[in-house]
Design a binder for this molecule. Structure first.
Ligand SMILES: [Zn+2]
Length: 238
């Protein structure tokens, strides 16, 4: 392989193969190298002049190849500014995959962002935020069934309840027991699943005990014995 430098400083790398071809054949390759085949009568100087004259053509071809490689998902990057995402108590690395889907997916061990705008940190963050909220909403639905199932098993009948996900500044959850409405803080998505569950149990317990009395905690610990272990992770976080 040989590299020639153009007057403007750009470089072209080529790989010459001598072949019984008519004159010169060339092909821009995905790795940014021009494959040249020429017969033995064509001098290196002629070949290099030929490449310099057609430099623009090759640069454009390399661009096209690079774009095509990106579209097929071959070239991936770690998001420049999104670093990692905290999800259910773990840090998930963010992988940006050039693709026109424009969405993010929280996988088992990473967050995959499919976008053509991977270099726009704010945009990538917004895609991740949407995915995280969607997943958290689904998780809360799951946990809600778990709590209600347990309550019913023990002979309690919880009122019909609407769960709302909100970004709250000073509380992890709230319960309007008269309206059958429980709110959970989206910030809980950073904590382990059982911690989210502890908050949901806390709010459900308010249907039977409106204050934070001893009876309230006795009920709560009876229902979810690991309450303190998981809920304590939230102390001093506001
Ligand atoms: Zn409370």
């Amino acid at each position: 392989m040989k590299t020639i430098t153009l007057p403007d400083g750009r470089e072209i790398t080529y790989e010459l193969t001598r072949k019984r071809v008519r004159n010169i054949n060339f092909r821009a390759k995905e790795n940014g190298v021009v494959a040249v085949s020429a017969n033995s009568r064509v001098s290196v100087r002629e070949i290099e002049e030929f490449l310099i004259q057609r430099a623009e053509f090759f640069f454009k071809a390399f661009e096209r190849l690079k774009k095509r490689a990106e579209e097929s998902g071959l070239s991936e990057t770690i998001a420049p500014n999104a670093q990692s995402v905290r999800w259910l108590g773990q840090d998930f690395p963010v992988r940006v995959i050039p693709n026109s889907r424009e969405c993010a997916v929280i996988d088992e061990n990473e967050v995959r962002v499919f976008t053509r705008r991977g270099d726009e940190a704010e945009y990538v963050t917004a895609l991740i935020k949407t995915a995280r909220e969607r997943r958290f909403r689904a998780l809360c639905g799951e946990l809600d069934s778990e709590v209600r199932g347990e309550l019913e098993k023990r002979g309690f009948s919880p009122p019909p309840t609407v769960i709302t996900i909100k970004d709250m500044k000073s509380r992890w959850g709230s319960c309007s027991y008269t309206r059958g409405h429980i709110s959970l803080n989206i910030r809980l998505a950073a904590y382990p699943r059982s911690t989210v569950l502890s908050v949901l149990w806390h709010e459900y317990a308010h249907y039977w005990h409106h204050d934070h009395s001893e009876r309230f905690y006795a009920f709560l610990l009876e229902m979810f014995p690991e309450y303190r272990k998981w809920n304590n992770l939230l102390k001093n976080n506001f």
